[in-house]
Design a protein around this ligand. Structure first.
Ligand code: ASP
Length: 372
């Protein structure tokens, strides 16, 4: 069945990644900088400027995404040999990272931690604010400023949206700023997950011309799932992509994202019925119900059985389709399909580590020191 897309004209000029609306608390100069901090960089997409803070998927343009994907693949290859792995460890032994994760995390934490270690970066961590001086009444900003005194990058995950942006704004006011990486900001955004999702899609569609021209379904709790929100933002960088949002009415994609897609001429279609679109999808990105964001019993009526992929759904999926999930999974992905060649979520995890290695290499500008 053909999907009825809301059609928009593709207009490359409208795909301006240099400005992020002020409501996101992101100052344009803060994201990509000249070699010296605050060197007046306004453009986020200029290739010779330094990638500094990583706060929001909208700061990434196609050139940077392509660079990061290629770099990630290159780094992964280097690490296969003992010599290559050792040479990676000599890239950043003089750097230290702070992993400040006050919201639960398995994959993002471990992949950043291991990404740091692959590059020789030493890490320290706080995963529980109850053991930091925040319990003595220290403000969030003073805590961040303190971390920045000891390390060269702060990677942070918080329950609330906007904290990474607030930290970046603080860094931009002080003498020794360090990059802030948003590793998940409440219900809002998860930019590094979106980067690894792009990397996984590009790798999976390697023989089919990459992401351009593909129809990508996003299914589940799209309203509160930050990974789907971030991935939708990045899609404006690809040509002729169509998005299909599959969710119950109360869990549909947020209007802020839909406005953005309209502004950038990216067609999307919304449906409650997976069965009506499944055969048209090149990829299906499944997400879980985000019950931790419930304020009442809003998750109660969610019909898991309608928004899941199991052996019964597989015959309707294209034979070359890709099934993704940011994990952790709930009932929406039946483990019985794990061995299906279309299931990419375990590879997605591993791609995440290499994408984060690539990100650190870019931020610290050591790409040129890599052996060819
Ligand atoms: N691990 C992802 C996140 O941190 C997905 C999820 O938790 O559903 O957002």
């Amino acid at each position: 069945m053909a999907i009825g897309f809301v059609a928009f004209e593709f207009d490359a000029d409208k795909r301006d990644v240099t400005r992020i609306p002020p409501e996101h608390g992101v100052r344009s100069g803060a994201l990509v900088q000249g070699r010296r901090h605050g060197a007046g960089a306004a453009g986020l997409s200029q290739r010779h400027r330094r990638l500094f803070h990583v706060l929001d998927p909208r700061q990434f343009d196609r050139a940077l995404l392509d660079d990061l994907c290629a770099l990630s693949t290159r780094l992964r290859r280097h690490a296969r040999s003992r010599l290559g792995a050792r040479s990676l460890q000599t890239l950043l032994p003089h750097k230290r990272a702070m992993l400040y994760f006050t919201q639960p995390s398995t994959r993002t934490f471990l992949s950043f931690d291991n990404a740091c270690h692959l590059l020789g970066v030493r890490t320290s961590e706080i995963r529980d604010p109850a053991i930091s001086s925040e319990v003595k009444g220290e403000t969030f900003e003073d805590s961040i400023r303190t971390f920045s005194s000891y390390v060269d990058v702060i990677i942070m995950r918080t329950h609330e949206a906007g904290m990474a942006a607030q930290s970046a704004a603080l860094m931009d006011r002080i003498k020794r700023p360090v990059p802030i990486i948003n590793a998940g900001s409440g219900r809002d955004q998860h930019p590094t997950q979106a980067l690894l999702d792009i990397h996984t899609l590009e790798r999976s569609f390697g023989r089919r011309g990459g992401i351009d021209g593909k129809t990508i379904g996003l299914m589940g709790d799209l309203r509160r799932g930050r990974t789907a929100r971030s991935l939708a933002y990045l899609m404006k960088n690809y040509r002729d992509v169509r998005l299909v949002f599959i969710a119950p009415d109360d869990f549909g994609m947020g209007s802020d994202i839909k406005v953005h897609l309209r502004e950038h001429g990216l067609p999307f279609h919304e449906t409650r019925e997976l069965g009506s679109v499944i055969g048209d999808l090149d990829a299906i990105y499944v997400t879980r119900l985000q019950t931790e964001h419930d304020v009442g019993d809003e998750s109660k009526g969610y019909e898991h059985a309608r928004y899941r992929i199991g052996p019964e759904q597989l015959p309707a999926l294209r034979s070359d389709a890709v099934i993704m999930h940011p994990l952790p999974r709930g009932p929406e992905i039946d483990p019985a399909i794990d061995a299906d060649p279309r299931a990419m979520y375990w590879r997605q995890e591993r791609n995440g580590m290499w994408m984060r290695v690539a990100l650190l290499v870019k931020i610290f500008e050591v790409e040129d020191e890599l052996p060819p």
